[in-house]
Design a protein around this ligand. Sequence first.
Ligand SMILES: NC(=O)CC[C@H](N)C(=O)O
Length: 195
Amino acid sequence: MRSGDGDYMKIGVVAFQGAVREHIEMLKKIEVQAFPVKKREELFGVDGLILPGGESTVIGKFLRDSGLGDEIVKLVKNGMPIWGTCAGMILLAKHIVNQDYVHLGLMDIKVKRNAYGGQLESFVARKPVPGISKRPLELVFIRAPYAEKVGTGVDVILELDGKVVAAKQDNMLATAFHPELTEDESFHKYFAEMI
Ligand SMILES: NC(=O)CC[C@H](N)C(=O)O
């Protein structure tokens, strides 16, 4: 996919820990230039950024210690599209249930970590996603969060049993599940189209 200036779109994936390679492979399939980002300098020239799943406390500490977090906040406030999957959704949130500190604090959602229980309670749901896929998509939940509450500026994309599991606010997208662990490219295309 190409960006406004005709070049191939460049999407970075924050690459400290978690499902980095899977996102990169999926982006390559839709012909986006995709690469890992670990340093502030690597953010130069990116059209969009993905915060992968993994462990939010670990990735959050890395974002803070490396200074990458502050840079991301600046870029997102200036309009750079960002997508957080699972732990990435937690990193984006302005509020976290039972936790007094937040990470990037950008998106007006209140998330509950491990909301479905631990690793053994991981599951796959199948549902069409309005605006993204008419066919049911595989939704892979691994120690996943959900959003208990969303602010007025947030568009809910998908609910599962009355809980918000995908949402968008301006240039920010969050999914509680992992599209990069499936064969379906719809979510990655949707994110690329936000750019
Ligand atoms: N698959 C995931 O990203 C799990 C998220 C993890 N439970 C956390 O709190 O960070």
